[in-house]
Design a binder for this molecule. Sequence first.
Ligand SMILES: [Zn+2]
Ligand SMILES: [Zn+2]
Length: 310
Amino acid sequence: MKSASTYRAVQAVSKGKLELTEKPLVDPPAGHVRIRVEACGVCHSDSATVEGILPIAWPRVPGHEAVGRIEVIGSGVEGWKVGQRVGVGFLGGSCGYCDYCRDGDLVNCTNQGYTGVQQDGGYAEMMIAKASGLIAVPDDLSSVDAAPLLCAGLKYARRMGFEVVAIDRGGGDRAELSKKLGAHHYIDSSSTDVAKALQALGGAQMVLATASGGKAVAAALGGLRRGGVVISLGATDEPIELSAFDLLFRQLGVDGALTGTSKAGDATLRFSAMSEVAAMIETMPLEKAAEAYAKMMSGKARFRMVLTMT
Ligand SMILES: [Zn+2]
Ligand SMILES: [Zn+2]
């Protein structure tokens, strides 16, 4: 039995190194809550913290796909209850007073910390989170199922009524897995001209580029129909090469998205519960976080890795 004044956490201490530690329990400051974490997804973006890709002051607890129950509510917090199950995603909560917040653009708040990067995240039994960033978790969605949905949506496109094309390198089991995840079509980019294949299907209205690479984004442009847009989700500093002609004559768009508002997070989880869309997950206990992280990074994890705390 652990003592009540400390909790277990796994923190990044140096490049590539995660270690289990005990941290002293603290009360949430004003505007924040303390959450007893039940599950936390292990995401490729955690490498920003563990490998120091973003500027990090180690030690830092990674994890921006955390789900748990509110244990203590800080002063000035309204609208949330002790015992309520909540999620904490990458965006740590908007400030409410910057230019962007006042204009209703909460995602682009300039005073918003990144969970697991600028403040400790969910690879822990406890975490402190800003109330404005909390996401409500529906009762009929388990914590392990909800966790990866705070960041990665896998099967939504088909349930939302789109004709879905998955593009990946390799055939066989990848094609099979894509179909399981809801794709109607599969394009093997290692053996097929992606742009031609997409055009043969009528051209894509939207391409979500999850791969980290400017070339993959550029390659997708050729597969868009007129007025189509490619949204880059993979974190990379590789430049995206494109022709002004594409923008002019085909009215193509290139955009990026970090994540949505906390209210969009509520809607995502409700949609998942109502349409019974869940990510395919593999769970591991918190103390095996380093192993779960290594498995995810190696590309050998077929499913989303999720840490459990109980
Ligand atoms: Zn993530
Ligand atoms: Zn703000």
